[in-house]
Design a protein around this ligand. Sequence first.
Ligand code: ARG
Length: 472
Amino acid sequence: MTDNASNTPKAKGQGQAMWGGRFSAKPAELMQAINVSIGFDKRLWAQDLAGSRAHARMLMNQGVIASHDGEEILEGLARVEDELLSGTFPFRDEYEDIHMNIEARLRELIGPTAGRLHTARSRNDQVAVDFRLWVRDACDRTVGQLEALQKALLTQAETHADALMPGFTHLQPAQPVTFGHHLMAYVEMFGRDAGRFRDARARMNECPLGAAALAGSPFPIDRQQTASALGFDRPTANSLDSVSSRDFALEALSAASITATHLSRLAEEIVLWTTPMFGFIKLTDAFTTGSSIMPQKKNPDAAELIRAKVGRILGSLTTLTVVMKGLPLAYSKDMQEDKVPTFEAFDALELSLLAMAGMVADLTPNTENMAKAAGAGFSTATDLADWLVRTLNMPFRDAHHVTGSAVKTAEGLGVDLADLSLAQFQAIEPRITNDVYAVLTPAASAASRMSYGGTAPAQVRAQIARWKEQLA
Ligand code: ARG
């Protein structure tokens, strides 16, 4: 066997053939394999068309291209759009990315006039505007999904504004709260999350189109025109920054990661609450799965998957941060790696938000179990201490001590605080009267917490009303 022959995979042994097969691709093929992005950036086609239309119209208006050429280009782009919408558009690897695929197709449809579209433009500002438009849309969609989730939470919160449940710290029973109050905590979190997406959107809403390759354009382009045609507030002010910045995506991914963190906390609570040990809520078959071996099982898979998605989403933020770190100005091909993580993160986030809204609407609380648990674990001990302060003018630290003794007595007897007799209370603190029993029920405890933002049902209802108005 000559050296020459061994260059073909066939001439090698079995194992070598596999190795050889893998690496037999010509450098040009390997280059294409690593360079090609159409497989994922085809998702930018609508944004790419919008950018091209705005650019073509501006070039016509400015007299950079002739009107008849511009019209021909716009008609051609409409035909390209038809193909994309009907699924007949030929996506081809040899044209590398969405920008060149669309331009190549335009040329096939209208001929060499297509070549005028790229006047005063580069793929660098083209991809920058496409991606910004995509991320902007993603932020808008996310805000809508967050609001839908908030509404689902509000509906449950309103129905159960005074359903008692234990409030926890350290996952130990702390003080009684209401289920409505607990759910409203998430309404607040998701409200801030929506705010972060709105803030990010406002900051990213500047148009990079017209920065061209990196230095701007010698043609008399009107960047204000393309910016407003695409719904941007203004054009970006530095051409180098325009083509090399991806912090708009990083910011959106940060907001996504924080949202995913909040979702994972609610998901975790749903997982806990559905176990029979808690027995706080029930999900229907719509959001649970059975076990193939254990017939009694009803698993909260959707909640578990939402709990896990934060890994993927935060992973995307890490990926893009590392891609961007240390890149010299202006554009580098590294930036092509911005899309997959961003698409993936928003896909995961969207699915999580939709599934969570569905699950929240689907759940039914077992208010009896929750109320029972609300009274367990001496959850009204703080109410006893507060009563001692209010009624006997005791310093809180002393009241805390007296209450501790009462809890110890009750614990020793295996009963709740409210089950201690007046004599037993008075053995600890002789000035305690029968009035004390009124504060020892979970309902009284919750109702007494009337401070702004507290768990008293009246306060909870006030917050529900505020949010309903805000989301209307
Ligand atoms: N596909 C490229 C990207 O996603 C488009 C920009 C390519 N620019 C260039 N000069 N090669 O970043």
